[in-house]
Write a protein that binds this ligand. Sequence first.
Ligand code: UT7
Length: 341
Amino acid sequence: MDVRARIVGLGKYLPERILTNSDLERLVDTSDTWIQERTGVRERRMVADDESASTMAIEAARVALAQAEIDPADLDLIIVTTITPDGLFPAVASRVQHGLGAKRAAAFDISAACVGFLTGMATASQFISSGAYQRVLVVGSEALSRMINWKDRSTCVLFGDGAGAVVLEASDRGGPLSFVFHSDGSGVHFLYAPGPCGPPATTKTDDYYIAMEGTQIFKFAVHAMESSAREAVEAAGLALDDIDLLIPHQANLRIINATAKALGIPPERVMINVDRYGNTSSASIPIALREAWEQDRLHDGDRLLLVSVGGGLAWGAMVIEWVPLGPVPVAAEAAHIAAGS
Ligand code: UT7
């Protein structure tokens, strides 16, 4: 029997502070209409001064572990995916391990930009399938607002902060059925942030802001999301009609809609929350997954298609078989009662 890595807990953390499009109108030459039409974003969250990728990851992880009814001390491994670590080292996962009191857990970070969370899930599920570990926590956590040039209207309207967490446990069903990943490093310069350790000739030490050629990324993104999604569905031995919910990286509503259209997946089978959080890089898919659960959109045996593209360039997709978690959320329960079901 194959050992599968079933999702047994989901968590999210969004900082309290909301930055609306009208707030941005006061910072740069932009408009709510432009931002909504071109990106679908209405607002995004921003970390407080005492928050960071590690503090948000700990909050999201606590929610996921409580739902899974797993004691942090029973975790075997913690993987944090982030491009906005508290520092260059040690790993954010080490801070999370300490913060949670996960005394037995190994800890490391994965840096794969917006594909980070899927990469973390694939890594975790292989540790579980091999029999090496039983319980693994994967958290995507990003404090992107710390890396934004607030004078650059072409990037500052897009990104937001937040964290999403998943607890995986060895099981006989559920979890990833397939995954595919690709990269093309010739596109590094389309989306990147310099750091303090690059060659001095090419790095200004006071400028670590995100730099992006948005239109290039946009064109590439739709094709990459569509092709990797098709590959992952095929690798799972399924057809696109078998997919119950598409959970795409929340970068831009136009990219999401174009990808869903290219795949022939109707809007009611697409998870969208980019309007409220903007692009949270590796946190976007686990936050969307958690919210799909909160909205009672995940049912026993559902096949979920997760797909992402971002800096690297790197892109990939994963098919997950859903097995229900604990009790349905109160709001969803109330909706059922109201609907008489
Ligand atoms: O996780 C993956 C990471 N990144 C992405 O997925 C981003 C992918 N790219 C995009 O989402 C889009 O390319 C953007 C939303 C960034 C831009 O949309 P676009 O339709 O590609 O617009 P554009 O870059 O072609 O710009 C059109 C115009 C330009 O003015 P001109 O040259 O036509 O006069 C820009 O200067 O819009 C201007 N512009 C803005 N105007 C108002 C760019 N940013 C803004 C802004 N407000 N915030």
